[in-house]
Every structure is written in C-alpha cells, then in structure tokens.
Design a protein around this ligand. Structure first.
Ligand SMILES: Cc1cc2nc3c(=O)[nH]c(=O)nc-3n(C[C@H](O)[C@H](O)[C@H](O)COP(=O)(O)OP(=O)(O)OC[C@H]3O[C@@H](n4cnc5c(N)ncnc54)[C@H](O)[C@@H]3O)c2cc1C
Length: 427
C-alpha cells in the first residue's frame, strides 16, 4: 500500500507515523511546502527567543529518516487527480497513491482587502516567520502592526515586544482574544500584555491593508491610516484548500469529512486545520485549529487510510497562553451558559460555565491547578450541580470530587460572582 500525505505539520506527521507503524512494509510519502523537518507552530516563539529546536522539531529532527518515511521538502502540491489517484506537484510531476491524506493545514489571514499583498506576514509558517524575525534581527524593522488579538496575534505581539519591536495590535472587538476568553479573563491578558510594552487598541477595526505593490499601511474603519515596519494578518486561520481546485473532493471553509475523516472521494482522508470536523459539544462542523485536535485527527486518518474504522469523537477547544508571564488556560465554550461561577483571590481568577448542570467551559488565570479536572469533568459530561460554588474554590481538587460522591450537598463557601444569566460581568 502506498500512502501519500500532504503536509508534515502536527496532523500530517502524525498520520505518516501512524501509517508507518501499522504497515511497516508499505510506502509512506510525505510532501511539504517548507524546507524544514516536521515542526510544531506553537513552539516557534520559544525557538526565536532561545534558539532551541527541541520543542520546535517535536518528533526529533530525524523523524522521517528514523521511521523510513519518504519525505520531500520544499514541494508544493498544486492539484489532486482523484481519477488517476495522483497528486500534482508545482513542477508538474505526478505522485501516485493508493490512499491520500490531506493535512495541508492553514495560514493566518484577515478577511479584508489587501491581506494578500506582499509584505503581509503569515506567522503560521516557519518559513514566513523566519523571514519576519530576520527583518527584526537585521535591525530593518523596529515597529510592527498586528491585525487581530486572537491567541496567535497576542503570542506574536509578546515575542516581538521581547525582541525590542514597538508592537501595536488592533482588535475589532472590545477585549483581547474574544473568541477564546470572556471579558473578565481577557482583562488579565490585557494587563499582562500592556506590562510587556504592547499597545492593544481594542474596538479598532482594520478595513484594509493598503499599498502599491507591497503593503505600506493599515486603513482603519475610522479612516485613520496606521503604519509600521512589519504587518501581520492574524484575525483567524484559512485552511489550505486551494490545492483541491478542480478535484471532486468537496470543501466549504475546510475539507468536508465524515466522522472517520473520509472526504467525499473514496481513499482520500483529511485531518488537522484543513478539515471541518464535528465539535464534541455541539456537533457543529467547522475547522478547530488547535494542536491536540490535529494530532488526534492525524492518528485517525492514518488508521482509517489502512482500513481502520476508528471514529473521531469530536474536536474540543482548549488553549493556553505560554509567554504572558501569567498562566492562562481556556477550554470549551462561553456560549449560552445558564450559569457562570467565578472566584477571584490572591491565587487567581477562575470561571466555570455551566449548562444543564454540566461544565461547558472554564477559564483560569494565575492559578491553573484544577484545569485538568475541569477538562475531564467537561469531557465526561459529568453533572456537577452537587458541587455548587465549590467548583470555583481554589481548593477544588480530585479529592473534592471523590468526597462529594460519598457526601452530596456541600454547603456554599466563597464565591465572588455567580450569574444565572451567564453573560460576562465585571468583578
Ligand atoms: C504561533 C502559534 C501558536 C499556536 N499555539 C497553539 C497552542 O498554544 N495550542 C494549540 O493547540 N495550538 C496552537 N497553535 C495552532 C496549531 O499550531 C495548529 O492547530 C496546528 O499546527 C495544525 O496542524 P496541521 O498539521 O493541521 O497544520 P499546519 O501546522 O498548518 O501544517 C500544514 C503543513 O502543510 C504544508 N502545506 C500546506 N499546503 C501545502 C501544499 N499545497 N503542498 C505541500 N505542503 C503544503 C504547510 O507548509 C505546513 O507545513 C498555534 C499556532 C501558531 C502559529
């Protein structure tokens, strides 16, 4: 069996590794547009700050040689001939397959005019990120403008600031990381970001990147023009689906897959940031662009490409900020809770979102010790009504869960805020 994998990001290399381990005698070909060993995008900031490559090349720099994967770097797949079972490379070469796994990931973008202008950077790709940081290190760039204060925009602003770049982030919404954090947790992030010297302009909408030939400014909805040495589009990610144009593999925003990660074409699978998968909580299908989802999906696509019948249980949202100086973890959703519990004390801020007595989301800043426990209760859809406000007590631990199982009806102790409406409110 010959399996071709497009992309060696977290999804692609996991798929290739899975195929290799299940079929040691088969052939695995991995094609990647970039000239590096398989890397972890979340580790790029640490790599640029410290020069370390251990977490960047998270499977080891020699992973493909070690596993006997036929890897080709610096090749771009431009098309898929599903009739002829071959992918087409930028030079015109056809690479045949028995099974194909599309794991081409996504790029950072902004859905505004001019976002594709030369000079607008995509800090998702190590190649583009290396170019960007090269401008900083050479002294050519001393200021940067980032459009979008999502997780990647904020992480990048911290990195650039650390490297001495005067960095401004514009965010359309009224608080930082609005898709991940509620307004209260976001305040912690905003204070930490400001302390690191980043200028965050909330409620500021970018209308377009402007420039003749290459980018030279960002026009705001207000009409003002902001300029800097470096520009980064970071309002979200856009799946790399352009290689499917003209093929019969169907895609919307991302590639359509079933729960076995099979695409609309027999023998073709998709995994990671490029695929639209079900949300574990709502069942809604969309692109869930986070690392653990990509790895889990890569494993399943690899297994099923060899005839397995493993079903993906659904993607979840869990993320953490690594370079803030204050640990911040967010998981699940803040949408439509029927109760929000919060506590704030010297150890930190914790918020738990409940619907029908179950945790649908949690956010922790400062002390994150119970994050794993919330996560586990959330994924197990465990009814947590019995804990009441103890859920957000800093002393809430697994021992509390076990104790409650034998002695239900804990009395209320210390909670700063508990809202039935669920809407974020300030402490
Ligand atoms: C700065 C940063 C911080 C992040 N932090 C976190 C975090 O804290 N936690 C978390 O869970 N997630 C985080 N993420 C997101 C995480 O990195 C992604 O979800 C993950 O990388 C997705 O893996 P993937 O393999 O699907 O896609 P990608 O990592 O995008 O890899 C796809 C690969 O395919 C290649 N490719 C694309 N098109 C083609 C083509 N036509 N031909 C050949 N090759 C192609 C690309 O060059 C790329 O190498 C972060 C991302 C960034 C950029």
């Amino acid at each position: 069996m010959k399996v071709v994998v497009i992309g060696t990001g977290p999804a692609g290399i996991t798929a290739a590794q899975t195929v290799r381990s299940l079929d040691p005698d088969g052939s695995v070909v991995a094609l990647c547009a970039e000239p590096y060993p398989p890397y972890s995008p979340p580790a790029m900031a640490d790599h640029f700050l410290t020069g370390r490559t251990t977490t960047l090349y998270w499977k080891g720099p020699d992973v493909v040689a070690r596993l006997g994967i036929d890897e080709r770097r610096d090749v771009v797949v431009t098309g898929v001939d599903t009739e002829g079972r071959a992918v087409v490379l930028d030079g015109g070469e056809h690479v045949g397959y028995d099974r194909l796994i599309v794991a081409s990931g996504s790029r950072l973008y902004a859905p505004i005019p001019g976002a594709e202008l030369p000079g607008v950077y995509d800090f998702k790709s190590l190649r583009r990120a290396t170019e960007l940081i090269g401008h900083v290190r050479s002294g050519e760039a001393t200021s940067a403008l980032i459009v979008g204060a999502g997780l990647i925009g904020i992480e990048l602003s911290l990195l650039l600031s650390e490297l001495g770049v005067a960095t401004t982030v514009v965010e359309r919404e009224g608080w930082a990381m609005p898709r991940l954090l509620d307004e209260v947790t976001a305040e912690v992030v905003e204070q930490a970001v400001a302390a690191k010297g980043v200028t965050l302009r909330k409620g500021t909408e970018a209308a377009a990147f402007e420039g003749a030939g290459s980018v030279s400014g960002v026009r705001l909805r207000s009409g003002d023009l902001l300029t800097a040495d470096l520009y980064i589009a970071a309002t979200g990610v856009k799946p790399h689906t352009e290689l499917l144009a003209g093929s019969t593999i169907t895609a919307g925003w991302g590639i359509h897959v079933d729960d076995g990660l099979r695409t609309s074409v027999s023998g073709v699978y998709a995994a990671g940031d490029v695929a639209e998968v079900a949300d574990w909580l709502t069942g809604e299908r969309y692109v869930h662009a986070i690392f653990p989802n990509a790895v889990a999906q890569g494993r399943i696509a690899g297994t099923n490409a060899l005839g397995g019948e493993t079903l993906y249980e659904g993607a979840e949202a869990m993320n953490s900020l690594k370079h803030l100086g204050v640990p911040v973890i967010a998981m699940g959703t803040t949408q439509d809770p029927d109760q929000v519990l919060r506590s704030l004390d010297g150890s930190g801020l914790r918020s738990v979102y409940l619907r029908d007595g179950r945790i649908i989301g949690a956010q922790l800043a400062g002390d994150t010790h119970a994050a794993g426990l919330y996560h586990s209760l959330m994924l197990r859809r465990r009814n947590v009504e019995g804990f009441g406000e103890h859920l957000v007590d800093p002393s809430f631990t697994l021992a509390t869960v076990v104790w409650e199982a034998t002695r239900p009806g804990l009395s209320s102790r210390r909670t700063i805020h508990s809202s039935a409406s669920g809407g974020p409110s300030r402490i």
